[in-house]
Write a protein that binds this ligand. Structure first.
Ligand SMILES: *[C@@H]1O[C@H](CO)[C@@H](O)[C@H](O)[C@H]1NC(C)=O
Ligand SMILES: *[C@@H]1O[C@H](CO)[C@@H](O)[C@H](O)[C@H]1NC(C)=O
Length: 255
């Protein structure tokens, strides 16, 4: 049994040392061929909603999100607010349509990398923790489940990258990702917001949903930072695992 385990470990090590490459089903493109990259990315989203574990591509359909402190006012005065999202799961990336890709040249640092796309409905489900004081007299101290729906969610991502060498191979490292987001509507529901008063809970949720634009404007910087980590987590592992040049056709290859 022991030698069997040894063989198993050696095989694993051997496989682990091999460079990972994309499955043949993913169509490769020439460097900088934005049109081809858009088609290939969309085919990948359609064909692999559950990701590609061999190349560290996470599932698009169910993506756990790290806990996020969205509001943390200093707790003084008549009105302050603390709001944290916990155990959140992101649903809906599998329905993304990539509309434009720029950059990804042979020298990926030569031109700006941009990825544009849209998602009909992006959903966040999980728990929340809220504390605060509203209107000088209502104290809030609640936790429960939350659901957020972002409808017709459009994103533009701008990436700054550098190249790292490992075993004489070039790997792409993203050191900055700036998201820009537009949406048609944000629907949110916080369960149990006033634990003792269901009517008030409904009223505050309705208030939020009627005035979502104001809340979006107020919270946008924090939400953008959250999306930055979410988008990064979607593809940084892929670039970590697969050498940059293995993602593209060599110059002499035809399409
Ligand atoms: C919220 O901000 C205060 C300072 O303003 C800080 O002491 C506290 O640690 C922050 N809370 C969390 C959970 O980071
Ligand atoms: C993604 O699209 C499928 C098929 O149209 C749909 O059933 C699913 O609900 C969508 N996902 C989300 C989160 O809306």
């Amino acid at each position: 049994m022991r030698s069997l385990a040894y063989v198993a470990i050696s095989v694993q090590l051997f496989v682990g040392l091999q460079c990972q490459s994309l499955p043949a089903k993913v169509k490769k493109c020439h460097y900088g061929d934005g049109k081809c990259l858009v088609e290939s990315a969309n085919a990948l989203l359609r064909n692999f909603p559950k990701g590609i574990p061999e190349v560290n591509l996470k599932p698009f359909n169910v993506l756990p999100v790290r806990d996020w402190l969205l509001v943390n006012d200093s707790q003084v005065g008549g009105a302050w607010y603390f709001f944290e999202l916990l155990n959140q799961i992101n649903y809906g990336f599998e329905n993304t349509t990539i509309t434009e890709i720029r950059g990804f040249d042979k020298d990926p640092t030569a031109t700006r990398i941009e990825i544009h796309g849209k998602i009909p409905r992006l959903v966040y489900k999980g728990d929340y923790l809220a504390k605060g004081r509203m209107l000088w007299f209502v104290d809030i101290n609640s936790h429960g489940t939350s659901e957020s729906d972002f409808l017709n969610f459009r994103f533009d991502l701008t990436l700054k990258v550098r190249i790292e060498y490992r075993n004489n191979k070039r790997y792409l490292k993203i050191y900055e990702l700036v998201p820009n987001i537009r949406l048609d509507r944000w629907i949110m529901w916080l369960d149990n917001f006033f634990p003792d008063n269901e009517d008030l809970t409904i009223a505050i949720n309705n208030l939020f949903n009627r005035n979502w634009v104001e809340f979006w404007n107020e919270l946008e910087p924090g939400i953008l930072s959250l999306f930055e980590t979410v988008f990064l987590s979607l593809f940084e592992d892929l670039f970590e695992k697969v050498p940059y040049d293995d993602l593209f056709l060599a110059d002499e290859d035809s399409k």
